[in-house]
Design a protein around this ligand. Structure first.
Ligand SMILES: Nc1ncnc2c1ncn2[C@@H]1O[C@H](COP(=O)(O)OP(=O)(O)O)[C@@H](O)[C@H]1O
Ligand SMILES: [Mg+2]
Length: 284
């Protein structure tokens, strides 16, 4: 049985007489221990989809099954148990409270939990050790680097041992090196603890590190390959100049026999298809 199953899920907003299909008939099957990335343009429905999977929001139609149970049929209390018991959330910013220490930030969710007894300071220490910053137990966010703050947020998301982590652009404001560190921490937790990760990112290189890569387009989810790097295709000013001089050269060759007929008919196909049709995508 799949751990998470989305069946034809849609979320439709009606705003001022217009209808927005934020998620449009999307289906997905996630197995325990999957490591999934989602990319897509801004407004394509990624956050809405993650909120539906996490039980923060109910879909307009379709079903969301967690280990076979339809979470949309749960009443508010049981949906809240699902969120706190099965899902760890991470958002774009670490969102730590500045007046609380790392340990206190990690323990904060227990104030709202129906299982406050299962977490304590010792567990906060254990989870800070797991994310590699045990010594920062009593540090305030202002005394931590961006990467360390993110590690505290990961420890907070893990504190109830959720089987699933949902992360919405979790490394959005970090430098590349720290982004990569956080991603490898995700991967280690995924492999060592079989935690399922579903993360949204605008960084195609990070998305490419996932074992399954999904793309959201106008509310519709598709499974597909995301190129790790667009370097071979990145059209910088220099490569454009080189390309145009090659094209001029080919055109000249093309107008002179014996190459003329061959090159002039082949010219439209000289570039890879993707160069002809694609602009460099932005997933923000
Ligand atoms: N609460 C809301 N009310 C109305 N429209 C919304 C609401 N939340 C999101 N939307 C719209 O739904 C679409 C998808 O939004 P979102 O899921 O945030 O996209 P993404 O995370 O991919 O940027 C957008 O057109 C957005 O404006
Ligand atoms: Mg979003």
């Amino acid at each position: 049985m799949a751990q998470i199953q989305l069946e034809s899920v849609s979320k439709i907003y009606s705003v001022g007489g217009s209808v927005i299909r934020a998620v449009d008939n999307s289906s997905l099957s996630v197995e325990r221990g999957d490591f999934l990335s989602i990319v897509g343009h801004s407004g394509s429905g990624k956050t809405t989809l993650l909120s539906i999977i996490g039980g923060i929001m109910r879909p307009t139609s379709g079903r969301v099954l967690f280990e076979g149970q339809d979470i949309c049929s749960l009443d508010d209390d049981r949906l809240s148990d699902y969120r706190s018991g099965k899902i760890g959330f991470m958002f774009q910013f670490a969102s730590l409270l500045p007046m609380l220490t790392a340990a206190e930030n990690i323990l904060l969710p227990s104030l709202f939990s129906t299982r406050p007894e299962s977490v304590n300071r010792e567990k906060a220490r254990e989870y800070l050790a797991l994310v590699g910053i045990e010594e920062k137990l009593n540090a305030y966010p202002s005394q931590l680097s961006g990467g360390q703050q993110r590690r505290v947020a990961i420890a907070r998301a893990l504190i109830y041992d959720p089987p699933v982590i949902l992360a919405d652009e979790p490394t959005g404001d970090l430098d590349e090196e720290t982004e990569a560190e956080i991603m490898s921490l995700f991967r280690r937790l995924n492999q060592e603890r079989q935690i399922t990760f579903i993360f949204i990112t605008h960084n195609l290189e990070l998305a490419g590190m996932a074992q399954r890569k999904l793309r959201m387009t106008h509310g519709t989810l598709t499974e597909g390959y995301v190129q790790k790097s667009f370097a071979p295709f990145s059209i910088t000013a220099v490569s454009m100049m080189r390309l145009s001089s090659v094209m001029v050269l080919l055109r000249r060759i093309g107008s002179h026999p014996p190459f003329g007929s061959h090159f002039s008919s082949a010219r439209p196909n000289l570039m890879p298809h993707s160069w002809q049709t694609r602009s460099v995508p932005s997933c923000r």
